[in-house]
Design a protein around this ligand. Structure first.
Ligand SMILES: *Cc1c(COP(=O)(O)O)cnc(C)c1O
Length: 397
């Protein structure tokens, strides 16, 4: 297993970073608080006309209004930018708000998005139910096609990636996609929620923008819904100028505080998820009732240095999926992932979701597939739970 690493906090003293350093440092905070205050306020006042004028003219970084800039949110954005090796980050009220903010800043009617197949199901619904009716074309491609076909991105505005993709967990070779995208002037975006900056830093491989659902590992405690976009100053300009103020789906200060707390243990948690998952995946691989395990490994592609705790298995035809799920005691049935608790999501149940454009059906996902989220509980206990449930659900017993 490789060591997860986050870069050290930025030390350069630009105006923007000075505020964040002040907020987070016990040595700089007048009262010695090691955590930032929660600025639970909608607006910030000015002492004088001149100070207000300076702010409107963007010659000062005094906060103005929390839809635009809130110091607690800024602190989280700075930490995320540091973690991803980005110049700038913008935080949103959900992962979907971040995804739509990134796409609507860049894609216009008549333009095309090339997305990976098996993209996150609500991103798929955004493409099909909102963007396509606006005249934005969306095409879907296997991960291998993204890497291998040098002309796939000809005429494409945005290459929308997840690596690994949702549900089936195939990985995309980021270096190959970047090479192809640069040839055609295509902007690249990746949803990095699964690997986190501990195990994959896409910007270092030339990807333009990194997105996260912070509701998952960044929060780590299943108590927040949030999202973020990270990128260069140039790449982020359209997002901070257009999507942040005008779409307005911003992160709240209290949630930013929870995410800052989550980030402090991210490396520790990811190391544990990595280790427990390695142990459980090895046990599952040796089990006669498990046909297949979909779990990417460090080195499968050059950018990946570890794996998290979310993966899927295909159960043999001799396992009744409902019985398997009901027999589990430590793994609860639930959507989402990335928190303390282990979860199981049977795809056959998700395929019954009454909603237009269900990606699980439209991409033809096998109903025998079950997604597991390995949490932070004792790994031996988790394996004992899975083993007992497999035994109970086998039609041969
Ligand atoms: C959950 C998830 C999202 C959406 O994030 P929300 O915070 O729920 O809006 C996006 N991408 C992936 C891969 C996810 O798992």
């Amino acid at each position: 297993m490789s060591e997860p690493r986050l870069p050290d906090r930025a030390t350069s003293q630009t105006d923007e970073q000075e505020l964040s350093t002040r907020l987070n440092s016990p040595y700089r905070d007048l009262l010695g608080s090691p955590t930032p205050p929660i600025y639970q306020t909608s607006l910030f006042t000015f002492d004088t006309y001149e100070e207000m004028l300076e702010r409107f003219a963007e010659r000062s970084d005094h906060p103005l209004y929390s839809r635009v800039d809130n110091p607690t949110v800024r602190e989280f954005e700075q930490l995320m930018a540091n973690a991803e090796g980005a110049e700038r980050a913008a935080a949103f009220a959900s992962g979907m708000a971040a995804i739509s903010a990134a796409l609507f800043a860049y894609v216009k009617p008549g333009e095309r998005i090339a997305s990976v197949r098996n993209v996150y199901p609500d991103a798929y619904r955004l493409f099909e139910r909102l963007m396509r009716p606006l005249g934005i074309e969306v095409t879907y491609h296997d991960v291998g096609e993204f890497a291998a076909n040098p002309d796939l991105l000809e005429g494409v505005k945005v290459a929308y990636l997840e690596s690994p993709v949702s549900v089936t967990f195939e990985v995309v070779d980021l270096d190959q996609v970047v090479e192809n995208a640069r040839r055609h002037g295509t902007l690249t975006m990746i949803d990095n929620s699964w690997a986190t900056p501990c195990f994959q830093k896409p910007l270092a491989h030339g990807i333009d923008m990194v997105l996260h659902s912070c509701s998952k590992y960044i929060s780590g405690h299943s108590d927040t819904v949030a999202g973020v976009i990270c990128g260069s100053q140039t790449a982020m300009e359209a997002i901070t100028d257009i999507s942040v103020p005008l779409l307005g789906g911003r992160l709240a200060a209290l949630d930013a505080f929870l995410l800052i707390r989550g980030l402090r243990t991210l490396e520790l948690r990811m190391e544990r998820h990595n280790r427990s998952t390695e142990f459980i995946a090895a046990k599952l691989a040796a089990h006669p009732l498990v046909d297949r395990i979909n779990l990417p490994r460090a080195g499968d592609i050059p950018s990946l240095t570890g794996h998290s705790g979310l993966f899927s298995i295909e159960l043999s035809a001799q396992v009744e999926i409902a019985r398997f799920c009901n027999a589990l005691k430590l793994f609860n049935l639930g959507v989402s992932w990335g928190g303390f608790e282990s979860l199981v999501l049977p795809i056959s149940a998700g395929q019954a979701q009454k909603s237009e454009r269900n990606a699980l059906n439209e991409f033809g996902i096998s109903p025998s597939l079950v997604r597991l989220n390995v949490g932070l509980e004792d790994a031996e206990n988790l394996w004992a739970d899975l083993e007992a449930a497999l035994h109970q659900a086998s039609t041969q017993t």
